[in-house]
Design a protein around this ligand. Structure first.
Ligand SMILES: Cc1ncc(C[n+]2csc(CCOP(=O)(O)OP(=O)(O)O)c2C)c(N)n1
Length: 517
């Protein structure tokens, strides 16, 4: 057994079953070792951003870390934008980056760089292995550390090839911190006193079916509001889940929502702040008169059992009179007419089947989707760009489909964002993944036009016209998809979108629908 085999055996023993890879010369011993160990499925991604985003999607759906295998500093650098989003989602990922043979580093050969420095920007834990046996012990430590986010092992090529004596058994899982009974009792009293003037702000694991069920009980007992983070990593939604309002993205609108409350209880969420700094406005979205209380911190800050904390809080009200659950809006039927952001959202919400996994990187075209789909059949909803790095949608949907092969994955993808990681379509075709990508082709960077305060057509040839429109030439999504092995069609009306989406999700394998808005 060599170092590469001992690393992979250790990973497999710890429950890792998949590796999203883009290897080079320094990772070839690991490539061969994948065959020797035979327990980890290799998936080729044609760009490292796809590896990073797919690993994120896989772990969000399976709850288990995936491996990424990347080529030295440049390969890692290509993946960092989506590791950044994964870090904001606190997703468990074990990232293996090959490096030159340890004795070759002094030569400063062309591919040499400070891989540790690059890795540290997005990782909760980084280690350069120092011996063949070190690869296995570093892997067991990396799996353990990945409970907090991205754990990176830098694997020198010589140690991968040299003889190793052993693989390592898995370490016990990281212990989660737990909420104290005193804090729960204090928050329960404050919620009872504030009634409808209180709200829970939910994020992380608080948005699981278990967390939401407890939150629903707390609302029924106290009348408090339920709000979730603007960009949830994963939330269970639809007709059988408690209705939870989304904290709106636009600062004035978010402040308007929170102004109603004198008490905001954080459960798996941080104090909300504006996405950008606006001169003369505070960073916090919480009005000065609103008191904050933390039931469970965000997973970005602590490995904490938010589900248990919510259940403990719900238990404080057990036996009290449970008021009526807040009703969902009634599901609307299929819309008709030209595609607009409104008819687009309504068409998707009307057609999406029970059990769908919705990956939403629709940016401005999907602003209405959340409300339109509140009463759709039960579904899982993932926002890719928790850290604001766009282009994560295609890879996230790819990884989600690998993790949940029996569920239809529907990706709502804005055209500008989609152009960053098109290579994902090829992986979807090669792996026959059930992903339907609906492209919101508005041929603009529309959100940036909003931010510029200028949603009307800009002066021809101005910098705003040049940099915030993505026409001239128009992207031809059907040809792009066909070239990457994915069948595609283009639609301009809500009726055609509904038909095309219904057909695509009922057929196996990937599809793409260009929705021209
Ligand atoms: C990695 C990365 N690069 C650039 C940006 C800046 N940016 C934010 S939104 C945006 C354009 C989004 O356009 P599109 O995806 O077409 O959605 P639309 O606004 O048209 O709905 C850009 C370029 C970013 N957020 N992340």
């Amino acid at each position: 057994m060599n170092g590469a085999e001992s690393l992979l055996k250790t990973a497999a023993a710890a429950g890792i079953g998949i590796c999203f890879a883009n290897p080079g010369t320094t990772e070839l011993p690991l490539v061969s070792a994948l065959d020797q160990t035979g327990k980890i499925r290799p998936v080729l991604c044609l760009a490292e951003g796809v590896c990073a985003g797919a690993a994120d999607g896989y772990a969000r759906m399976s709850g288990r870390p995936a491996l990424t295998l990347l080529h030295l500093g440049p390969g890692l650098a290509n993946g960092l934008a989506y590791f950044h989003n994964a870090r904001r989602a606190a997703t468990p990922i074990v990232n293996v980056v090959g490096d030159h043979a340890s004795w070759h580093l002094a030569a400063d050969a062309p591919l040499t760089s400070d891989i540790e420095a690059l890795a540290r920007t997005m990782s909760v834990w980084v280690k350069t292995s120092t011996s063949p046996d070190g690869l296995a012990s570093d892997m067991s430590q990396a799996v353990y550390q990945s409970a907090r986010g991205l754990a990176t092992i830098i694997a020198p090529a010589d140690y991968q090839s040299q003889r190793a004596t052993r693989s390592q058994p898995p370490l016990p899982p990281m212990r989660m911190n737990r909420c104290s009974a005193d804090i729960v009792e204090g928050i329960a009293r404050a919620l009872s006193a504030a009634g409808e003037k209180a709200a829970l702000l939910l994020g992380g694991q608080a948005l699981s079916a278990r967390g939401l069920s407890a939150a629903g009980k707390i609302r029924a007992a106290t009348g408090c509001g339920l709000i979730h983070e603007t960009f949830p990593a994963r939330i269970e939604r639809g007709a059988d889940q408690p209705a939870v309002d989304r904290l709106l993205y636009v600062p004035a609108a978010a402040r308007g929502m929170l102004r109603e409350f004198t008490l905001l209880v954080l459960a798996g969420a941080r104090e909300p702040v504006t996405f950008f700094g606006y001169e003369g406005q505070p960073s916090s979205l919480v009005p000065p008169q609103t008191r904050l209380a933390t039931l469970a911190p965000s997973p970005q800050d602590e490995c904490f059992d938010a589900e248990e904390a919510l259940e403990m809080l719900a238990g404080e009200f057990a036996g009290g009179s449970a008021g009526p659950q807040q009703a969902h809006a009634v599901a609307a039927g299929c819309p008709s007419g030209p595609l607009t952001p409104e008819t687009f959202a309504a068409a998707v919400a009307a057609v999406q089947p029970e059990g769908a996994v919705i990956v939403d990187e629709s940016v401005t075209s999907g602003f209405g989707y959340n409300q339109a789909s509140a009463a759709s059949p039960p579904h899982t909803y993932l926002v890719p760009h928790l850290g604001g790095a766009i282009g994560h949608g295609f890879p996230l949907a790819t990884g989600a489909a690998v993790a949940a092969p029996g569920r239809p994955v529907i990706l709502l993808e804005a055209d500008g964002s989609g152009m960053y990681t098109l290579q994902s379509l090829w992986t979807q075709a090669r792996e026959s993944l059930n992903v339907t990508s609906v492209i919101c082709a508005n041929r603009k960077y529309r959100i940036l036009q909003f931010e510029l305060g200028n949603d009307t057509p800009s002066r021809p040839s101005s910098a705003a016209d040049t940099l915030l429109n993505i026409d001239r030439p128009d992207l031809d999504w059907t040809k792009i998809a066909a070239g990457l092995g994915v069948p595609a069609e283009s639609v301009t009306t809500a009726e055609r979108l509904s038909e095309a989406l219904a057909r695509a999700v009922s057929e196996p394998g990937p599809h793409l629908i260009e929705a021209i808005l």
